[in-house]
Design a protein around this ligand. Structure first.
Ligand code: BG6
Length: 507
């Protein structure tokens, strides 16, 4: 997380993007690098080399990227002059991941640029490829000794980081045998989101919250990440993953850690990450009996979304027609430590839900004694703090207030900090933050190996049980619904309900 107020010039940098013609590169990585460039965050000397299997010239590659930027960049269509300058830093290398030639050419290019720049560059290898390629790439980088200097080379790895505890551990073991931990940047793009980074600022740069931030005042916490989209063209990947692996193991548990962590003593990467690991280690692991009561799964059937008919999960391309994969999960967790003992954390995520929204709702305990007569109360609501990550970027505190008038009537109102009303200008994309941090060598917003393993460890009983027992009720929720009924039951039996922000766009 860059802590300076103005653009910094980091060291000369080479980006090698494995998967240079893939979806992630075109939708996220290149638009992010371009925006960093036009906003003055790129170093004076840099090169971006996309690697791919289909022969093409630098010029052809650049033209493809220009189309992608025009389609996907948050700053809109590229300015002709700025693009022309940026394009000169971009190259294409035709390559096969498993061939020595690929890495020999990389070594030659590094040498050439180093001679030209008269300075040893920092080399970043971005693995925007399917997980089965992580091992051959890492082994080849080691074999050709082109990531040997821990100060000057980094590898960036996308999720999924393993598919269970054993494979996550094996991948860590392999990477740690080749690179030092400070070279490994495991991306969880949620951590780069502006509103997610702000959880740290909100909690630890304000003194009024800390006295309330514990089991004495907090009743329960909800973390909900819902999406309108189905699995689209990612059915093949998703059917092997499911909601637990795709969203809970990484994004949602990271949000939970930020809400639940103890105050770090400094803003150092490892200090922050230590406190997050502490949370994962304190979370209660499920026994078979707990699991029945505290975790529910769902799978969507076909339905109508915004006037269009959408297929059920089992009808999606690449999905097994009898699939047992969950597209929805809701889980009630507990954190067994002094701060959180007895406070339920309800997590929920699902595809094909009525709204796309990521939010955290922290509900405080009720007043200890009610002095107002029942007839003065209109829609009583315990105080609630709502951190809305997307699409609305806001923090709201719900309090009771007196409605103006001659009679005493209480109703809930929101004290709102809304990004769009408070700040002007565009918010950087998560990948801009994370790519800049990679260049600067700041790992605060990246997953450390032990964090990944602790998250897998926590989920193993659920993964194991769900894989071993085919759901007899799947599909059990309709597209455009809030998930299976049992998900309501999970929270309703404790006297709560899933909170959603009123959608301004819905009539
Ligand atoms: C990805 C998941 O990591 O996050 C996707 O693989 C999911 O399935 C996506 O749709 C959600 O990210 P965002 O930024 O759109 O909330």
């Amino acid at each position: 997380m860059n802590s300076s107020k103005s653009p910094v010039q980091s060291q000369p940098t080479i980006f090698f993007i494995f998967g240079g013609t893939g979806d992630l590169t075109s939708r996220k990585l290149v638009p992010a690098l371009y925006n960093l460039f036009i906003d003055g965050w790129m170093p004076d000397k840099f090169a971006i080399i996309g690697l791919g299997r289909t022969q093409q010239s630098d010029e052809q590659f650049r033209n493809l990227l220009l189309d992608d930027i025009n389609k996907f960049s948050r700053s809109g269509k590229a300015d002709a002059q700025k693009w022309k300058t940026f394009a000169e830093y971009v190259y294409f290398q035709v390559s096969e991941i498993t061939e020595d030639k690929t890495y020999i050419e990389q070594a030659q290019r590094i040498k050439k640029l180093e001679e030209e720049w008269k300075e040893e560059p920092c080399v970043i290898y971005y693995l925007a490829v399917a997980p089965r390629f992580f091992t051959p790439i890492a082994e080849n980088l080691a074999k050709h000794k082109i990531a040997a200097n821990p100060e000057k080379s980094r590898v960036v790895i996308e999720k999924p980081f393993g598919r269970d505890l054993a494979s996550g551990k094996a991948l860590n073991k392999l990477l740690n045998s080749i690179f030092s931990e400070k070279q490994i940047y495991r991306i969880d793009h949620y951590l780069g989101k502006e509103t997610v980074q702000n959880i740290l600022a909100f909690r630890f740069a304000n003194s009024i919250l800390e006295p309330l931030w514990n089991r004495n005042y907090i009743d329960h916490v909800q973390i909900s990440v819902t999406e309108q989209l189905g699995v689209g063209d990612r059915g093949g990947y998703y059917d092997e993953a499911g909601a637990l692996r795709d969203m809970v193991q990484n994004h949602i548990l990271q949000l939970l850690c930020l809400v639940a962590m103890e105050p770090p003593v400094s803003f150092q990467a490892d200090e922050v990450r230590n406190r997050k690991v502490d949370v994962l280690l304190a979370m209660r692991k499920f026994t078979a009996e707990d699991l029945q009561k505290n975790a529910v799964r769902g799978q969507y059937s076909k339905g109508w979304m915004e006037g269009k008919e959408v297929p059920g999960y089992r009808e999606e391309t690449g999905v097994n027609p009898e699939s047992n994969t969950e597209t929805f999960a809701a889980i009630k967790f507990f954190i067994d430590n002094w701060r959180w003992h007895g406070v339920p954390f309800y997590l929920r995520t699902g595809k094909r839900m009525p709204e796309s929204s990521s939010m955290i709702s922290i509900q405080f305990k009720d007043v200890p004694h009610m002095i107002f007569p029942t007839e003065t109360i209109e829609g009583w609501q315990q105080n609630r703090l709502i951190i809305s990550i997307q699409p609305e970027m806001s923090i709201r505190l719900q309090v009771q207030a007196k409605r103006p008038g001659l009679d005493m009537v209480l109703n809930p109102v929101d004290l709102i900090f809304d990004y769009s009303g408070t700040y002007k200008g565009e918010t950087p994309e998560a990948y801009e933050t994370l790519l800049l941090d990679t260049m600067l060598g700041d790992q605060t917003l990246f997953m450390r190996g032990d964090q990944v393993e602790a998250a897998w460890d926590l989920l193993m009983p659920i993964l194991h049980t769900w894989a071993g027992k085919k759901s007899t009720s799947f599909p059990n929720y309709k597209a455009d619904s809030w998930g299976p009924e049992v998900a309501e039951g999970l929270i309703a039996k404790d006297g709560f309900h899933w909170f959603t922000l009123p959608n301004k766009n819905k009539k």
